[in-house]
Design a protein around this ligand. Structure first.
Ligand SMILES: [Mg+2]
Length: 297
C-alpha cells in the first residue's frame, strides 16, 4: 500500500472503480475482489476504501456509492401481507366461525388443525382466494358434523365472510410513501399469487398499481415462476430482489432461482406460508418494517 496519501488515493480510486455502482455485495465477495489487488493486506485495503467512502458498508453489506441509472435494482414485491393486510382478515373470519360452531368437545386449536389440513389440500386442488377459503370452512363443518353442510349453514358461513369478500384494502404502514421513493431509483414489479380477479380487485382498491412497471398474478410462486419472470422481464438475478413476508412463496423459491431476497416477516403470516430460512444465506436481507427498505435501496 503506498504510504504517500496522493498515490494511495489513486490506487484506491482505481480499485473502487472496478466495483459495480450500487450493487450490494457480501464481505466475502468484497474480500475476493480485493485479494486480487493486494494479496498481502486486503483487510487494510478494505478499511481504506471504507474510510475514504469509496465503498459504503451497512448491516454486513458493501456497495460502491453513486447515483443514476447504474444503481438501479429491480425490486419485485409480494402483495398480500407485504403491501396490505390479508391473512389477519381471514383469521377474524375463522374466529367468528369457531364462535358460531361452539363445538361441544373439540377446542379451538383442535378445530384449527382440522381446518389447516383441509386448506392445505384445497390450495393444491383449487388454488388460493376467498372462494376456496369458504369451501374449506364448509368442508370443515361437514367433517365435524359428519354430514355435508346444509344450504342454510353455507349461507351462514358466507355471511361470516361478507367482510372478507367485500373488503377494502388496508395498506401496511408507510407502503405508499416508500414505494414512491423507491420508484424514483429502481424498477418496481409486483408478483402475487391467488385468484386473478380477486388479486386484481385488491390491487385496484389499494391505489398502488401505478407504482409498478409490470404486474404478474400467478397461480403459485415456485422457482420456475421466478425463472420465468427473470426471462420475461429481461432481469439479471444479481440485481433483482424479491421482497415479501412468506418464506415458502417469496424467499426460498426466489433464492432457488438465483434472485436476492428481502424478508419482511408479518406477525399474521398464514401457517401454510411458514418455512425455515437458512440463517447463513447472506443474499437474504431481513428487515422488520417495510419503510426500512428506503435505507437499503
Ligand atoms: Mg405475502
Amino acid at each position: 500500500m503506498p504510504s504517500r496519501a496522493a498515490k494511495r488515493q489513486v490506487l484506491l480510486e482505481h480499485v473502487a472503480a472496478t466495483f459495480p455502482v450500487g450493487v450490494r455485495l457480501t464481505e466475502r465477495e468484497v474480500n475476493e475482489r480485493l485479494r486480487a489487488y493486494y494479496e498481502h493486506d486486503w483487510v487494510s485495503l478494505r478499511r481504506y476504501l471504507i474510510d475514504t467512502a469509496l465503498l459504503r458498508r451497512a448491516d454486513g453489506w458493501y456497495w460502491r456509492p453513486g447515483g443514476g441509472v447504474a444503481t438501479q435494482q429491480a425490486l419485485v414485491f409480494d402483495a398480500d401481507d407485504t403491501l396490505w393486510e390479508n391473512n389477519v382478515l381471514f383469521e377474524r373470519v375463522i374466529d367468528d366461525f369457531l364462535d358460531w360452531l361452539a363445538h361441544p368437545t373439540l377446542d379451538r386449536a383442535e378445530i384449527r388443525a382440522i381446518l389447516d389440513d383441509i386448506e392445505r389440500a384445497n390450495t393444491v386442488a383449487h388454488g388460493y382466494g376467498s372462494r376456496v377459503f369458504l369451501r374449506s370452512l364448509g368442508e370443515c363443518l361437514g367433517r365435524l358434523r359428519e354430514r355435508p353442510a346444509t344450504a342454510a349453514e353455507e349461507r351462514e358461513i358466507e355471511e361470516l365472510a361478507v367482510a372478507l369478500i367485500e373488503r377494502r384494502v388496508e395498506l401496511i404502514p408507510g407502503v405508499a410513501e416508500t414505494l414512491t421513493e423507491l420508484g424514483g431509483r429502481h424498477e418496481l414489479l409486483l408478483l402475487t399469487k391467488g385468484d386473478l380477479a380477486e388479486q386484481q380487485r385488491k390491487l385496484d382498491a389499494s391505489g398502488l398499481a401505478s407504482h409498478f412497471g409490470s404486474v404478474h398474478i400467478v397461480a403459485e410462486k415456485d422457482a420456475d415462476v421466478y425463472r420465468w419472470l427473470l426471462a420475461e422481464q429481461d432481469l439479471s438475478p444479481e440485481t433483482t430482489w424479491m421482497v415479501g413476508n412468506s418464506p415458502r412463496s417469496d424467499i426460498l423459491p426466489a433464492r432457488r432461482a438465483g434472485l436476492n431476497a428481502v424478508f419482511i416477516p408479518h406477525q399474521h403470516t398464514w401457517v401454510l406460508e411458514h418455512d425455515e430460512l437458512d440463517p447463513a444465506d447472506d443474499r437474504v436481507l431481513r428487515l422488520s418494517t417495510f419503510v426500512e427498505l428506503r435505507d437499503h435501496f
